[in-house]
Design a protein around this ligand. Structure first.
Ligand code: PXP
Length: 242
């Protein structure tokens, strides 16, 4: 089964914003990333627009030829308006705090059941596939199914953190979580802190992993290997060996 690589281009926007001009050109870089073989473009606009700006969204939507995924916190009305207006292929709901440096946990799908059900319903009505950021915890995966999500995106931060200490132990909760998700018939995405070291092992051990979204490490690796090589190295990690 093929796992799609969606490249999170937030860091490209961050570099652009550092100088206040359009350099690097986010649209050109995103087109190139697709031309190099990536199967999706992901953005995570945050309320302070420190990397992706709200204005970037329609421009990216207009050029994306693979899959366009917008992540963010639906508690911000501006985020919901943006997603509904631009109808990406997929929206990934993330419970990150307003000023969070980065996402650091999945949804409590039980406490937020009513809110998630309503939000997901509104997105699906527009034909948008909905994924929700989720820790590999049985009750939250079951909750994700209950609120109507098409997919979960496993928060892989703890996996990446523990990978070098004991990778078998690090993957175990995700193996268990994937079994539950597959039994429930909910799709599985994954993201956060995945990199050239830990990606293949994750992909090999998670049956039916549909998509990974990767930003930070991929952009850092491209400083050393170049963007084209780097995209291909990540794709190679996802290639199923016979
Ligand atoms: N998934 C979510 C929900 C995220 O917030 C991020 C970071 O923006 C990622 C995936 C990608 O993580 P990384 O940049 O560490 O690859």
């Amino acid at each position: 089964m093929k796992t799609r690589l969606s490249v999170n281009v937030n860091k490209i926007a961050l570099i652009r914003n550092a100088r206040g001009s359009n350099y690097p050109d986010l649209i050109k870089v995103s087109k190139d990333i697709e031309a190099y073989g990536a199967e999706g473009i992901t953005v995570h606009p945050r309320p302070d627009e420190r990397h992706i700006t709200y204005a970037d969204i329609p421009a990216l939507k207009a050029i994306a030829t693979t899959e366009f995924n917008i992540e963010g916190n639906p508690r911000t009305q501006k985020f919901m308006d943006l997603v509904l207006a631009n109808a990406p292929d997929q929206c990934t709901l993330v419970p990150d705090a307003q000023n969070a440096l980065t996402s650091d946990s999945g949804w409590d799908t039980i406490t937020h059941e009513a809110f998630l059900t309503e939000t997901i319903g509104a997105l699906k009505e527009k034909g948008i596939r909905v994924s929700i950021f989720c820790d590999p915890i049985e009750k939250f995966i079951e909750g994700a199914k209950k609120v109507g999500a098409d997919r979960i995106e496993f928060y892989t931060g703890p996996y990446a953190e523990n990978y070098h200490k004991d990778r078998a132990a690090a993957i175990q909760p995700y193996v268990n979580g994937a079994k539950i998700a597959n039994e429930l018939g909910i799709g599985i995405n994954a993201g956060h802190d995945l990199n050239l070291d830990n990606l293949r092992y994750f992909q090999e051990n998670i049956p039916n992993l549909l998509e990974v979204s990767i930003g930070h490490a991929l952009v850092v690796d491209s400083l050393y290997y170049g963007l084209q090589n780097t995209v291909q190295m990540y794709l190679e990690c996802l290639t199923v060996k016979d």
